[in-house]
Design a protein around this ligand. Structure first.
Ligand code: GTR
Length: 326
């Protein structure tokens, strides 16, 4: 009996290998810094299913979650070189490489989730996606990343003055560094994976992020004060290496674009639910969440805009974003 089962399994394995050899299956490797189950990870899996359907099983995607392929700054380079096929990444990790996308890292540029969606779902969003071409990746879509706020291990922050002398981890992006500086704090750029231990050992006082990251990376365990200043809404992007892209026929490229766009609604649904779930989870863990009067924070950001929005084309882009409804 055992023998027969083994034989049957072997026959099955052999035949499926043959099928996959005949159809030349290509599995694209996609990076994500977040753990399995996180909305972006699940959305890229969904993208992979849709892509597989659209290409008759020729292409599928394997998500390497939890920074298995490296921290975001490193994986961007590897994607640009074609070592990693795809990447779901925060625009913040591109630093100022793509000027049109850099504007999405300007504090308080987005007024609400509705504004964020209205901008990114329309022609401005397409313009920003197209701008990634010049840095050797093709950007397919935007996923939600919610609003980012400061959190730390010692006290609630209610005004920029409270940040004086405090050290906050930021992404490896110059705008983030200048933003914290403009508020009177000290910024320490470092990879996401080092934040937990750096807060725990007191190397930094805190960091800034959305509820799902604060929750799933365990930061709420070591930094109990979450202050809702909501200084940034940075889009997540799904990008493909230009090296990979150029090797695809036009039909497959279109299937990729369509699958990516179709996965957005799914990600937004997961995101909405996760924000609520994570808020409850961090509260249960003992996190203290305080509301903040945003006016002095918004006011303090003028030097950041003055420094990064000097090119008339970017000034025009910022004006168009601000004039978008929502
Ligand atoms: C998260 C984002 C990640 C990563 C992280 C960070 O909100 O989803 O891609 O950029 O922030 O702060 O490093």
């Amino acid at each position: 009996m055992f023998h027969m089962q083994k034989k049957a399994i072997l026959a099955f394995v052999v035949s499926s290998l043959m099928v996959s050899a005949a159809s030349a299956q290509t599995v694209l490797r996609s990076s994500d810094t977040h753990p399995d189950g996180y909305p972006t990870v699940e959305a890229v899996k969904k993208f992979g299913e849709l892509l597989s359907e659209k290409t008759g099983g020729k292409y599928s995607v394997e998500v390497f979650h939890s920074a298995q392929l490296g921290g975001e700054a490193d994986t961007i380079e590897q994607t640009q070189f074609g070592v990693i096929d795809m990447n779901r990444i925060s625009i913040g990790a591109f630093n100022t490489q793509v000027p049109e996308a850099t504007v999405t890292q300007l504090p308080y540029i987005f007024r609400s989730t509705e504004h964020f969606h209205n901008v990114l779902d329309g022609p401005i969003g397409e313009e920003i996606l197209a701008a990634f071409d010049k840095v050797d990746v093709v950007a397919l879509n935007f996923y939600d990343g919610g609003a980012r706020s400061f959190y730390n291990s010692s006290k609630p922050i209610t005004s920029p003055a409270d940040m004086s002398g405090m050290k906050f981890r930021v992404m490896q992006s110059d705008i983030f560094v200048d933003m914290v500086g403009a508020l009177g704090g000290n910024a320490t750029p470092m990879p996401y994976g080092e934040v937990y231990s750096s807060i725990q050992t007191g190397v930094i006082d805190g960091a800034e992020n959305n509820y799902p990251s604060y929750d799933t990376a365990g930061h709420a365990e070591v930094a109990k004060f979450f202050s809702l200043d909501e200084h940034l809404m940075v889009p997540e992007v799904l990008v493909v290496s230009k090296v990979v892209w150029d090797g695809l026929d036009a039909e497959t490229q279109q299937a990729m674009r369509d699958a990516a766009k179709e996965s957005v609604a799914y990600q937004r649904e997961l995101w909405q639910a996760k924000e609520i779930e994570s808020k409850a989870a961090v509260e249960a863990l003992g996190a203290t969440i305080n509301e903040v009067d945003k006016a002095p924070f918004i006011e303090a950001m003028k030097p950041v805009y003055d420094k990064y929005v000097t090119d008339p084309k970017l000034q025009d882009l910022v004006a168009r974003i601000q004039a978008t409804e929502g």
